[in-house]
Design a protein around this ligand. Structure first.
Ligand SMILES: [Zn+2]
Ligand SMILES: [Zn+2]
Length: 260
């Protein structure tokens, strides 16, 4: 069946004075990541960039008046597809090589995926459809031609590094488990956490080939103690501290019960 052509690939919604959420409505829910634009006094952040099916830079042109750093919360294809369009790219040093030479689930056709990935996703209740998009970004676009473009990381970070955009200061939290180099950006002054896929309000993935349940348990124990006001996650709606504690506790209960 032929896919329709999308009028507009990205949608966006202003969340507050400085934060805008962008997303790709024609990417299937499983892979539809939250792209967070944060406006700073000196520089902006683009936290994750979606699938790279269409140009994020072009779609976000109205937001990009200042130099911008594209942050990779981690390097799964649904988060780093647009990084190659940016000159300044920040990633945890452990996953930098994945940006330089992408590999893995690098296709829109899930029959080509590693069966281990499909099992991990279906195991927690996600539907894995044959194709990852429900429309095409332009006439003549061929799903077979999709490829994650290599990107050049310029800022390699580790736990405790600071990301300064002038009026706002974010601490890099290393939050491994979902992936080895997963990071969150934590702004203590406002209690804002950009959490990537370390925690979101949906089924968490800890059995992908590079996931670690042991690391994930430690990450959850840590996140549980963070005095957050709001969590802007890699997927699903944002939430506050009460929900964060529930999500952490549910994860810890589920995994510790299995280990016992
Ligand atoms: Zn992920
Ligand atoms: Zn994700």
């Amino acid at each position: 069946m032929a896919l329709p052509i999308a009028q507009r690939w990205f949608e966006s919604k202003r969340i507050d004075d400085d934060v805008t959420l962008l997303w790709e409505p024609y990417v299937v829910p499983l892979m539809r990541c939250n792209i967070w634009h944060v406006r700073g006094r000196d520089r902006d952040l683009m936290i994750d960039t979606g699938m790279g099916v269409a140009s994020l830079r072009e779609a976000a042109r109205h937001l990009l008046e200042k130099p911008v750093t594209a942050v990779a919360t981690h390097t799964h294809m649904d988060h780093v597809g647009g990084h190659h369009e940016f000159d300044d790219i920040l990633v945890h040093e452990i996953e930098a090589e994945n940006l330089r030479s992408p590999s893995g689930m690098d296709t829109l056709i899930t029959a080509d995926w590693d069966p281990a990935d499909v099992i991990a996703l279906e195991g927690v209740g996600y539907a894995v459809p044959p194709e990852l998009v429900t429309a095409l970004p332009a006439h003549g676009y061929r799903l077979e031609d999709y490829k994650l473009q290599p990107a050049r990381p310029t800022i390699l970070v580790q736990a405790g590094d600071m990301v300064d955009i002038g009026n706002r200061h974010f601490e890099v939290l290393h939050l491994p488990g979902h992936s080895p180099g997963s990071i969150g950006l934590w702004e203590e002054a406002s209690g804002t956490l950009f959490s990537g896929d370390a925690v979101y309000d949906g089924p968490l993935l800890d059995e992908l080939p590079t996931s670690s349940i042991t690391d994930y348990l430690a990450t959850m124990a840590r996140l549980r103690e963070l005095p957050v006001h709001i969590v802007h996650a890699g997927h699903d709606p944002s939430f506050g501290r009460g929900r964060l504690v529930e999500l952490c506790d549910a994860y810890i209960r589920r995994r510790e019960a299995r280990a016992a």
